[in-house]
Design a protein around this ligand. Structure first.
Ligand code: FAD
Ligand code: ZN
Length: 467
């Protein structure tokens, strides 16, 4: 049973009011695709609910009419999952933008799904707390999107991924049932912990409408250093030493020289070092005071220089200098813009095998695509490797590069997506990282929660028929 999108829009407009649905020229002016280069159609309408109840009401109508809907957060995703496919309606969480509660005693926050990561970070800091999830897209990505993709980012080493920071969720199911599970405690073993069904499943099982989140005390000082490192073995030894000598270690970001130099060029920023080095590592910690922080990072670096693990280093003397050092790593945004058409990879492999993987990937890619850039960087502490390859001549070459990289990652028993998710871009390659039994169970769960296959169809899992 199918109804036209027009009839559905009419009903949703009745339920949400005129401001709740955009169509026609007003819709054409809005960006409706994410940061990936995956195909994106103009949706039949953009639904903009203001409350969780309105999200549920819109889904109920879409479910009744068997109408496919794509969920959109801040549209910073890199996997194409939020891009509308022909005939779909888009549902954006942007207007659910209230921080509902910030408990300055207990260190928790309750937010609506459309609050951006950066807004929560700032609000938490104003009350002496800190929301430790952090990624380059912080200004636009939404907390609902962060939960849907189980975002990782720069401080996973210490605080885990988004999943570890979510205490509770509210979710609208595809049939419009609103499931409120806004726990504020870490401990709750009362039956199934259902929130995990919706974290990292990229909007295929439900729409996140509100989140209850764990905060941590605001650090009093964040010692930060950029180090030049002679080889990968030294980077691994430095990671081990950093864990033991800098107990508050929060980030250990590795950049190969090709990435570092491209990032400098893209930002027109000079390297702080007099000469080029094979690898660069950005280290950040949390400390109880400036004195303690500086002493521990200096002590760490002294030891590392003595052992030859570090050949040069710059230690930030202020918060703004720390920001300058982070900018080398955050050149990713500029590189994603200038390397198009590109393939952006986000894989994970046992930390000790990362260098071997990089060597093999670089050799194969350079042979097949000698005039393209292949830029490697990653969160070494988590075994998470990123690679930006581009500018390709066209889409066929992007696909060839993807096939090549994912086959090699499969041979290394790595994951084809450490943090960005599968969306549509990596969907054809999911079998490299998941067994047929795992895929079947995922499909069964999807079929059970969304029997009409209306929510984010064609993302993550192999295609299901719509009932
Ligand atoms: P969108 O892009 O809007 O959507 C992403 C997926 O989640 C889609 O499938 C969408 O349907 C679904 N979705 C969105 N909101 C909801 C909701 N409320 N309920 C259900 N489903 C929903 N990611 C990392 O993990 N680590 C990084 O370090 C990192 N760095 C990045 C740096 C840059 C410069 C950029 C552009 C991106 C980066 N990303 C990173 C990827 C991206 O920012 C994250 O995946 C982010 O969590 C996506 O949030 P969003 O609100 O933009 O989601
Ligand atoms: Zn990352």
């Amino acid at each position: 049973m199918r109804t036209t999108v027009d009839a559905v829009i009419h009903e949703i407009r009745d339920a949400l009011g005129d401001a709740g649905v955009l169509t026609g020229p007003a819709l054409a002016e809005r960006t409706t695709s994410d940061w990936s280069e995956a195909d994106a159609a103009l949706p039949g309408a953009l639904v903009l609910p203001r409350t969780p109840a309105e999200v549920a009401a819109a889904l109920r109508i879409l479910h009744t009419h068997h109408c496919a809907v794509v969920v959109q957060g801040g549209l910073t995703g890199l996997a194409g999952g939020a891009n509308p496919r022909p005939g779909e309606v888009a549902l954006s969480l942007t207007r659910l933008d209230r921080i509902e509660a910030l408990d300055a005693i207990g260190g928790t926050a309750v937010v609506q799904a459309g609050v951006t990561l950066e807004r929560l970070q700032s609000a938490a800091e104003e009350t002496g707390w800190f929301f430790p999830l952090d990624l380059g897209a912080r200004g636009s990505c939404q907390l609902g999107g962060n939960a849907a993709t189980n975002a990782g980012g720069n401080r996973v080493l210490r605080f885990g991924m988004m999943r570890n920071l979510v205490l509770g969720l509210e979710v609208a199911l595809p049939d419009g049932t609103l499931l409120t599970m806004l726990d504020r405690v870490i401990k709750n073993n009362a039956g199934f912990d259902l929130k995990h069904l919706f974290i990292g499943t990229e909007g295929t099982l439900g729409v996140v409408t509100r989140l209850s989140l764990q905060l941590v005390p605001r650090p009093l000082h964040q010692p930060t250093a950029l180090c030049a490192v002679p080889d990968f073995a030294s980077a691994l030894a430095l990671l081990r030493d950093s864990k033991s000598r800098l107990p508050g270690l929060t980030a250990f970001e590795l950049m190969w020289s090709d990435f570092f130099e491209a990032s400098c060029r893209a930002q027109r920023k000079a390297s702080p070092f007099g000469q080029a080095h094979p690898l660069y590592v950005l280290i950040e910690g949390f400390a109880a005071s400036e004195e303690v922080g500086n002493a521990s990072i200096e002590h760490l670096l002294e030891h590392a220089f003595d052992r030859g693990l570090v050949t040069d280093a710059v230690v930030a003397q202020s918060g703004s200098q720390a920001g300058q050092l982070w900018a080398y790593r955050e050149g990713v945004s500029e590189l994603l813009s200038v390397c198009k058409p590109l393939a952006a990879f986000d894989v994970s492999v046992a930390t000790t095998r990362m260098d071997e993987l990089v060597t093999q990937l670089r050799a194969c890619l350079t042979q097949a695509f000698p005039s393209q850039q292949h830029l490697f960087f990653g969160h070494l502490g988590d075994g998470n490797l990123h690679l930006i390859s581009g500018n390709f001549a066209g889409h066929d070459d992007v696909v060839r590069a993807e096939e090549m990289v994912y086959a090699i990652v499969g041979e290394f028993q790595g994951s084809i997506s450490a943090e960005h998710g599968i969306g549509t871009v990596k969907r054809p390659f999911l079998h490299h990282s998941r067994t047929p039994e795992e895929l079947r169970l995922m499909q069964q769960l999807k079929g059970w929660l969304d029997p009409r296959n209306i929510l984010n169809p064609g993302r993550v899992l192999p295609e299901l028929d719509r009932a």
